[in-house]
Design a protein around this ligand. Structure first.
Ligand SMILES: [Zn+2]
Length: 475
């Protein structure tokens, strides 16, 4: 009996060792278990997946005229942060035909916007793995975000796929990029991207990153773009159309590339398609008329705040939108289009009403508000901070924060910590009042004699379900 038991144990050990990669402690690898199917974001509780860190995505989309269906694939390279028996990706509206993990076919199930994948062999902590999903993306499929709390009969103001006369554009924010490609669709999991867009030769494929290559295959062309730095999923831009490219030079010789419609008699109206839905692809240039340059500066600011330094959770979205709005208005004022003595005052007086409707910018009460109700309060808070600490210190706060969190994500607390450290003051209460307070805090005296602004507005608007007003601003 004793001999038999020993033999059995020995066989089990031998079998286990066969599957264990060299160098992985047995304790780490002993119990592969399913990765979490959410990252527990307060505002988007179902979004994101645990158990791995996405490193890169390689996405292919094949646009064809006369159909909304596009053959597609995504290859995600990731590193396991626990030993995994199964794991999930965010995914919606796709027809999936094959999933492989490290080249081997894997079992999969798509339900409730989660693509759960069971690899043929467990994945071990610390080790990289590769998932490939082959699917059909259908631009007629625009499933509404499951957490969107819209009143009955009110359609979602956004669609992911936006048809244009000669192609399409995608709008993945805030939580819809996984309709375009299966992914770990949460801003805290940044990754590098290669985007391959195939289209007829008379169209241009445009995507995030730099153009790396163009391949001709008879009647079609594949455009390959690659990002130089990790970015978050929801800012991945993809479009196909008859475009022309405008090259410009920005401040300090910054090379700028804008893509506009080739036919000037059918312009995209400030980034909007004909049906009024927002298209992610931005078209303004710095040389445009009033408001156009402002939009360009807004989007360029996102390269720094939002993309290079991304938000750790959706409650931190003011870091992205507040800065974009702050710098766009400063640029606009430098061109004579915005009066920075008057506009912040008007915005300040309106803050209590939007705060009562949508909640404070760090604790919004509806998902769409991340796109519409974080920019202005963020601008006001940064304006007040500039006043409190003085412009040289404000600039050092901004530079330090950017340098420290570049290519990473940052939280609201990270920004507060940097501001306190650089200014040598404890500004925590100032930030908390603006970011989490239910009432509009006082605005520091901007100039001697100008007085402290105080909000006297009582909104009378009950908090609750709100349809954003869809201001015609940039996202
Ligand atoms: Zn924005």
């Amino acid at each position: 009996m004793a001999t038999k038991t020993t033999l059995r144990t020995g066989s089990l050990l031998a079998a286990t060792v066969l599957f264990l990669p060299i160098g992985i402690p047995a304790a780490e690898a002993a119990a592969p278990r399913p990765g979490a199917s959410t990252l527990n974001d307060r505002l988007f509780p179902g979004l994101g997946n645990g158990g791995y860190d996405a490193l890169s995505y390689d996405v292919s989309l094949d646009y064809r005229t006369g159909t909304t269906k596009m053959p597609a694939s995504v290859t995600m390279r990731a590193r396991a942060t626990q030993s995994l028996s199964s794991f999930s990706l965010d995914s919606a509206g796709q027809q999936i035909s094959l999933v492989t993990v490290d080249g081997r076919p894997a079992q999969y199930k798509l339900a409730k916007e989660k693509l759960t994948i069971t690899p043929a062999r467990p994945l071990y902590k610390y080790l990289p793995f590769t998932v490939r999903v082959v699917y059909t993306a259908d631009r007629s499929q625009n499933p509404v975000s499951p957490g969107l709390d819209l009143p009955p009969g009110v359609p979602s103001p956004f669609t992911v796929w936006n048809e244009t006369p000669d192609g399409f554009g995608v709008m993945g924010q805030p939580n819809r990029e996984h309709v375009v490609f299966p992914s770990n669709d949460h801003p805290s999991d940044k990754a590098q991207y290669t985007l391959r867009i195939t289209a007829p030769n008379d169209r241009t494929g445009v995507a995030s990153g730099r153009l790396q290559a163009k391949y001709w295959h008879g009647a079609t062309t594949t455009w390959v773009y690659r990002t130089a730095h990790p970015i978050k999923t929801d800012v991945v831009a993809i479009a196909v159309g008859k475009f022309r490219t405008i090259k410009q030079t920005g401040p300090h010789g910054l090379p700028l590339r804008a893509v506009r419609r080739a036919r000037p008699h059918q312009p995209v109206r400030r980034g909007r398609a004909g049906d009024g839905r927002v298209v992610h692809l931005r078209t303004p240039t710095l040389a445009g008329r009033e408001g156009r340059g402002r939009d360009a500066v807004h989007e360029m600011t996102h390269q720094y705040f939002g993309d290079a330094v991304s938000v750790r959770s959706w409650d931190d979205m003011w870091i992205s939108e507040g800065h974009a709005r702050y710098y766009e208005r400063k640029y606009d004022a430098s061109r004579g289009f915005t009066n920075l003595d008057q506009e912040p005052k008007d915005l300040y007086e309106a803050d209590q009403q939007s705060r009562s409707q949508a909640g404070p910018m760090g604790q919004l009460n509806n998902q769409l508000a991340v796109l519409f109700d974080t920019d202005v309060p963020g601008q006001l808070m940064l304006t007040g901070l500039d006043t409190l600490v003085g412009d040289p210190t404000f600039r050092r706060i901004e530079q330090t924060f950017f340098d420290r969190y570049r290519d990473r994500d940052a939280s609201t607390q990270d920004y507060i910590d940097v501001a306190n450290e650089v200014s040598g003051r404890d500004l925590t209460q100032y930030f908390r009042a603006w970011i989490y307070g239910k009432t509009t805090p006082p605005m520091p005296e901007r100039r001697p004699g100008c007085g402290v602004w105080r909000s006297g507005a009582s909104s009378g608007v009950p908090p609750g379900r709100v349809v954003p007003s869809l201001r015609a601003e940039s996202l």
